[in-house]
Design a binder for this molecule. Structure first.
Ligand code: AMP
Length: 405
């Protein structure tokens, strides 16, 4: 594999990786370690032929898992490492070469993302130890949204809370939205026009893009705001939280558990956070599953219509993420609420597009409707390569050759 970039995405108890070759479209080594720090830690590896292996790693840390991953890279040695970092605050507006100052700045941003940034820092520390001397780059989920105007990112609360504590909307899923926006600019005759991208996975967010830049997005200071998600509530009347605290004696821990882990599709259905299972159960007549799908689609449509205000002109919509890429039902149901925006869905094209396929699902008039499989790892690798390319002392083998196909 020629001059690959190792992309690392650390969660609190998980570590995803992919070795991205310099030439796009080539196969990738990839895998995921889960339940790290517990007796049930495992590592699932996928080789260049797509064959999968599972290795049990009881008690393994992020660093332990990385050592096993390194052993399994064989002769494929990365030339650099790209890290997904969830929160870059206002300090990071683009991919950044990691040094001790950058690590310190990411650490200081931890107050804004206490669940995510510590895990990202753990991954950085482990790879610095295992790959000393290799360039390491941080690619921030929030960076793409640093172009939001103040009227979109400020909350209507006292200014002091923004000025002293950084409380504002930041937005997330930046690598996914940026990747899809780039694909749209290549695929559509409208190019870098006005788009709304719906990233619908376990986490979900929608972003309004104008001329390739994020103008507004549904997530806020944390990835909890906005759309209905797998287990997250999305938007909720803040008065409900006051009510639960004052009238029902709930603690901040109870509320955290409620909003982040027990709500969304899971809470509404009482069944599962998995959209495939919900579709199946709804088809069999389960009332909670039907309601969860209805709320998910209606709230998504409402968010898309709201985000359209951010754009001088709306050329089209794009769906991505596990649900957006694979569920004709969710796309169709959502679009039924948006006919006033000029949506004309082709049921045939919509039904045909899933499992990593890219294409248009409109009838050829009105808004362009696209399904675009996201590639966050590929985007992080491209950003890492570009950064290295712009460094004067970068060896020739590090020059970017990958342009998203
Ligand atoms: P992600 O977080 O992007 O991996 O997306 C995970 C979500 O995508 C889960 O809710 C899955 O049930 C959903 N998903 C994956 N494939 C399908 C499918 N064929 N139909 C409906 N939902 C799907």
């Amino acid at each position: 594999m020629n001059a690959p970039i190792l992309v690392i995405n650390c969660g609190s108890s998980s570590l995803k990786y992919a070795l991205i070759p310099a030439v796009s479209g080539q196969p990738r080594l990839s895998g995921i370690a889960e339940r790290l720090g517990s007796d049930r830690a495992i590592l699932r590896l996928r080789n260049l032929q797509g064959e999968k292996t599972t290795i049990e790693l009881p008690g393994a840390s992020h660093g332990d898992a990385l050592k096993v991953i390194l052993d399994n890279l064989g002769s494929c040695r990365p030339i650099a490492i790209g890290h997904r970092v969830v929160h870059g605050g206002e300090r990071f507006t683009q991919a950044t070469l990691i040094d001790q100052d950058v690590v310190q700045d990411i650490r200081e941003t931890t107050t804004l993302a206490p669940l995510h940034n510590p895990a990202n820092l753990e991954g950085i520390a482990a790879t610095q130890e295992l790959f000393p001397g290799l360039p390491q780059v941080a690619v921030f989920d929030t960076a793409f949204h640093q172009t939001l105007p103040a009227y979109a990112y400020r909350y209507a609360i006292p200014a002091e809370l923004y000025e002293r504590h950084g409380i504002r909307r930041y937005g997330f899923h930046g690598s996914s939205h940026a990747y899809v926006a780039e694909r749209l600019s290549i695929l559509s005759a409208q190019g870098r026009g006005g788009w709304i991208i719906a990233h619908l996975g376990n986490g979900a967010s929608a972003t309004a893009i104008w001329q390739g830049q994020s103008i507004d997005t549904s997530m806020g200071m944390t990835p909890l705001e906005g759309l209905v998600m797998g287990t997250r509530s999305g938007d909720i009347d803040p008065g409900i939280l006051l009510h639960l605290m004052h009238q029902c004696g709930w603690s901040s821990h109870d509320i955290d558990q409620l909003l982040n882990h027990r709500s969304g599709l899971l809470g509404l259905s009482g069944l599962t956070n998995d959209m495939r299972e919900l579709e199946q159960s709804a088809a069999e007549g389960h009332a909670g599953a039907k309601l969860a799908i209805d709320v998910f689609c209606y709230r998504l449509a409402k968010s898309i219509a709201g985000l359209s205000c951010a754009l001088p002109m709306l050329h089209g919509l794009a769906f991505t993420g596990g649900i957006g890429e694979n569920s004709p039902l969710i796309r169709a149901r959502t679009l039924t609420y948006l006919t006033h925006l000029g949506v004309h869905l082709s049921p045939n094209s919509n039904g045909e597009l899933s499992h990593g396929m890219e294409g248009r699902i409109d009838v050829g008039r009105g808004l362009e409707l696209w399904v675009i499989p996201t590639d966050e790892e590929g985007y992080i690798a491209v950003q890492t390569r570009h950064l290295l390319d712009n460094m004067s002392d970068t060896p020739a083998s590090c020059h970017p050759q990958e342009v998203p196909a």
